[in-house]
Design a protein around this ligand. Structure first.
Ligand code: DU
Ligand code: SF4
Length: 230
């Protein structure tokens, strides 16, 4: 299938020197708790239901999460929070995402990110985000039913708007905030409209400090799902 072919090409990408060096360095040094594991150490493809109407837009893989396991939000605290919420909402088949091959599936949602390689300090540069954008566009182009976006954090929110702007006027879109929502030109093109919802990122920094609670996330996820299921 074409999505699989695209993802096979993506995982070979070496376009960003700094990120290739970092993802491989982290995979070599490892974290003590994972020293017996073979880290993925490569770009991370999107994960979920190819027939999804809801797209979750993250930021970038975590050094010892996705960069270790090879799957979006898998094997770290951000993922524990996110998949538990997706399971409560009936989207994820399991409340935890431990490793590839653990049987987890999503229904109605697909998770992507504007940067596919683990960046130092979780912060890709604008040039790295621009370099990775064609992968995002190509993956979204293959998700035929996608029309609603839930951005996890401002970087993801801006990534959706950057794509939407290629296809129309985004000046009416709300500024990023937790719970922000509005109609935008379809980021996949085609002249239609899409919906964009904003959430604070599910990072441990936000969830452990109470800046983002499970109740806050359930509310915005529920609203996005309601829109996505129409
Ligand atoms: O090979 P496949 O059945 O298309 O699944 C690839 C991958 O995507 C697998 O890890 C499950 C996941 N997935 C999903 O989460 N939801 C779906 O509806 C279909 C596949
Ligand atoms: Fe390639 Fe994207 Fe990784 Fe850069 S961040 S090396 S463009 S996959």
């Amino acid at each position: 299938r074409s999505l699989e072919l695209l993802q096979e090409a993506l995982v070979e990408c070496r376009r960003c020197d700094r990120l290739v060096a970092w993802r491989e360095e982290v995979a070599r040094v490892k974290r003590r708790a994972y020293r017996d594991e073979t880290y993925w150490g490569r770009p991370i493809p999107g994960f979920g239901d190819p027939d999804a109407t809801l797209i979750l837009m993250g930021l970038a893989p975590a050094a010892h999460g996705g960069n270790r396991t090879g799957r979006m939000f898998t094997g770290d605290r951000s993922g524990d929070f996110l998949y538990a919420a997706l399971h409560r909402a009936g989207v994820a088949s399991q409340p935890t995402s431990v490793r590839r091959g653990d049987g987890l599936t999503l229904t109605g949602a697909f998770i992507v990110a504007p940067c596919r390689c683990a960046p130092p300090e979780n912060k890709p540069t604008p040039a790295e985000l621009a370099a990775c954008r064609p992968w995002l566009e190509a993956e979204l182009a293959l998700l035929d039913r996608a029309h609603t976006y839930l951005a996890l954090g401002k970087t993801g929110y801006d990534a959706v708007l950057t794509l939407a702007k290629k296809h129309g006027d985004v000046s009416g879109a709300p500024a990023f905030a937790h719970g922000a929502r509005g109609e935008i030109p379809d980021p996949r093109g085609g002249g239609g409209r899409a919906w964009l919802f904003g959430s604070y990122h599910v990072s441990q920094q936000n969830t452990q400090t109470g800046r983002l609670t499970a109740a806050m996330f359930d509310e915005v996820l529920g609203a996005a799902l309601e829109r996505a299921r129409r």
